[in-house]
Structure formats: C-alpha cells, structure tokens
Design a protein around this ligand. Structure first.
Ligand code: IPD
Length: 252
C-alpha cells in the first residue's frame, strides 16, 4: 500500500536522480569552489544550483511545503523546523569528495511533517545507489531491502566516523581522543567515506555497525535517520549515548 506521503517521496526520488546527473557531469568540469566558515568548509556552484533546482521543483508541485536547505541556510535563510511538511536538503553531501573526485557523493533529501520524519532519500550518485525509506515501510537500496548488522560485540565491529571541518585544536584533540578510545577497545576498524548520509546508509546496509560524528547538521542526517531506523537501527545524541565500552553497537 502506498504511504501517506508517497507522491512527495516519488518526487524526491526523481529529483535526487536528476541532481545526481548534474553532480556526475560537474565532476568532469571546472568546479567553482568557494569557502564557507573556513578554508576547509567548501561549497561549489553545483551545491547551490542543485539545491535551487530541488526547491524550485518542489515549490511548483507542493506550494505549501517548507524547506531547510544547507545552502539556503548558508545564504541567510532561517533553519527552523515547524509542523509544516518540510524538505530537509543537503544537495551535495560530501562536497570535499566532490571537489577532489573522491567517489562518494550523496544527494540527501529528508521530509518531516509535524516535526516527525516521514521519508528519506539518499542517492549515492557516483555509485548509482538509490537508498530510500518511508516510515513504517522498510529501507531499500536500489529496491533491495536493507537491514543493520546483527553484530553485538563492539570488538567485532567497524565504526564509521568523520573529522568534520572544524580545525580548532581543542575540537581536533577531542575527535582524536574519541577515535583512540574506540580503536583501542579494540574494534576491527574505523572507516568514513566523507559523506554523513552515505555513512548512515552503510550502517543501514549492515557493513558498518555504527556511525558517529561530533558537530553534524540536520541536513546531513535527516534522510539517513529514516533509512537507519527503517533498517532496524537506532539513533542517539552523542551527548546522551552510552559510553563506548557498551557492548551493543547495533546500527547506531
Ligand atoms: C559534510 C559531510 C562530511 C561530514 C561533515 C558534513 P557537506 O557535509 O557529510 O562527511 O564530516 O560534517 O558537513 O558539507 O559535504 O554537505
């Protein structure tokens, strides 16, 4: 049976695919690279164009819907979640990868109503993997059902994380301190593909047991949150999460 917001979800998949084509074409060309908060917080003209394309198309089809988009917020739009049907967009998740031709770049579209996430779409466009999930309807990659790992032992696990773009020495020290503790548990390995959304899809696929990051934004994780939950995983605020010695790591 189609879900409540099926038409919006179908449109999100069409837009993610269209955006993916634009991103793939742009990788071959001269990118217009700019910096945001610092010299390592990158944005390109493609990020901005893709976000505009998605918002313009959604406004035509669903004129009463609202938006939180990474580049719109960077340009001064408010980042406020209301009860309105709201599209939460990261047009190019993994901009640094995109700039360097590192082959993990996602288009991430989450959708919330009454402040509850209803569906998520992450298109890993270089790999051509379309991850989708709708509340209560399961998670899929290119139509195949996903399930998080059933591994219960952290020392049998791979943990994904990212370094983010904050180079404040105190923040960097915290990041390394957490990684060191996790690595020495010991875990099988630490990974990260440079895109929060794709890391979450890897959790949903069961090939990494958990993903964490300090200082993430809602557009990086909104779509991935639905995909992880629908694949049987759980989401936690790192401030509230259990200590790393906890033995159960499944699908964080
Ligand atoms: C970034 C990526 C990266 C994560 C950063 C995000 P962006 O998103 O997801 O993996 O470490 O925290 O901001 O800037 O490429 O859309």
């Amino acid at each position: 049976m189609p879900g409540l917001w099926q038409d919006a979800m179908d449109h999100a998949v069409i837009l993610a695919r269209k955006a993916g084509e634009i991103v793939r074409d742009a990788v071959q060309n001269d990118l217009k690279i700019m910096c945001k908060s610092s010299s390592v917080d990158l944005v390109t003209k493609t990020d901005q164009n893709v976000e505009q394309l998605i918002i313009t198309s959604v406004k035509e089809k669903f004129p009463d819907h609202s938006f939180i988009g990474e580049e719109s917020v960077a340009a001064g739009e408010p980042c406020v979640l209301t009860d309105d049907p709201t599209w939460i967009i990261d047009p190019v998740d993994g901009t640094t990868n995109f700039v360097h031709g590192y082959p993990f770049v996602g288009i991430s579209i989450g959708f919330a109503v009454n402040k509850t996430l209803e569906f998520g779409v992450v298109y890993s466009c270089i790999e051509d993997k379309m991850y989708t999930a709708q509340k209560g309807k399961g998670a899929f990659c290119n139509g195949q059902p996903l399930h998080v790992s059933d591994q219960k032992e952290i020392n049998q696990s791979i943990i994904a994380t990212e370094f983010g773009s904050n180079r404040d020495p105190e923040v960097v020290a915290k990041i390394f301190s957490s990684m060191r503790k996790i690595l020495c548990l010991p875990v099988h390995g630490i990974r990260g593909v440079g895109s929060a959304a794709i890391n979450m899809c890897l959790v949903a696929s069961g090939c990494v047991e958990a993903y964490y990051e300090i200082g993430i934004h809602c557009w990086d994780i909104a779509a991935g949150a639905v995909i992880v939950s629908e694949a049987g995983g759980v989401l936690k605020d790192v401030e509230e999460a259990a200590p790393v010695s906890s033995s159960d790591t499944r699908g964080y």
